[in-house]
Design a protein around this ligand. Structure first.
Ligand code: ZN
Ligand code: ZN
Ligand code: ZN
Length: 247
């Protein structure tokens, strides 16, 4: 079958069992995975890739984003502090000379008439006149991702590398970096590290550098047997952490 658009290429691949004949003007081209014969015929075999990873790749090609949970379900709005992560990093409000609290959800106490700078988008006496009830800023907060996201981002990075989708590599590493800031102590982290250090070539430092940075920042991780096993297995991980610690 002939598919004309870059997105249709992958969507078609799913519908027709992974065998698709493509036109040459596709953004995503296979670099390593197809043999000479396939290259001549311009046929890409997607059947060896995980369906959920392919689905997320298609999602990215359509929307420029993908759901790190690998589901179609839109993440539900978080209701409590433990269900959300603050994604904004701005610290100080210059006008009011105060630090943002990012203390969500926020309900105004009686004294909230005084200037409460919650985030760059909400200052209580300016934006709500002291009437916040369990307020959560959509621009500053996202639902907390599950630990499984760590491996999912790595899989997205690997498939982006395989099909040469540069923008997706950048997005996956950005998503992974943020997930690491609050999921680094999860058992899923060493699982993701193993995937990162085996799924792409050693010279590809996009994800490796984030792992090295995360371990260097949280050296207690080295006490975990699972992390020790990885450091023993992957010499570039060991060297990377040592060099990082040397500064
Ligand atoms: Zn308030
Ligand atoms: Zn905000
Ligand atoms: Zn308010």
């Amino acid at each position: 079958m002939i598919v004309c658009t870059r997105a249709g290429f992958f969507a078609g691949a799913m519908r027709f069992g992974g065998q698709v004949r493509t036109l040459t003007s596709l953004k995503a081209k296979v670099k390593r995975s197809y043999n000479q014969q396939e290259a001549q015929q311009d046929v890409v075999d997607l059947s060896k890739d995980e369906p959920k990873v392919i689905a997320s790749l298609v999602q990215y090609l359509y929307s420029g984003e993908y759901n790190g949970e690998f589901t179609d379900v839109k993440p539900v709005k978080p209701l409590t502090a433990s269900e959300l992560v603050v994604t904004h990093t701005e610290i100080t409000n210059r006008t009011h000379q105060r630090n943002y609290t990012y203390a969500f959800p926020h309900t105004c106490p009686a004294s909230c008439q005084a200037t409460k700078v919650l985030c760059p988008h909400h200052i209580c006496n300016v934006n709500c006149k002291g009437n916040c009830r369990a307020f959560i800023c959509d621009k500053c907060c996202s639902p907390r991702g599950s630990p499984a996201q760590l491996l999912n981002h790595s899989k997205m990075y690997a498939i982006a590398d395989k099909y040469d989708v540069t923008g997706l590599k950048q997005l996956a590493s950005k998503n992974f970096e943020f997930a690491c800031t609050y999921l680094w102590n999860e058992d899923a982290f060493p699982v993701a590290i193993d995937h990162i250090f085996s799924a792409t070539v050693p010279g590809d430092i996009g994800m490796r550098s984030i792992v090295i940075q995360t371990i260097s920042k949280n050296m207690a991780l080295v006490q975990k047997p699972a992390i020790q096993a990885l450091i023993t297995t992957y010499g570039d991980l060991a060297i990377g952490v040592l060099l990082k610690r040397m500064g």
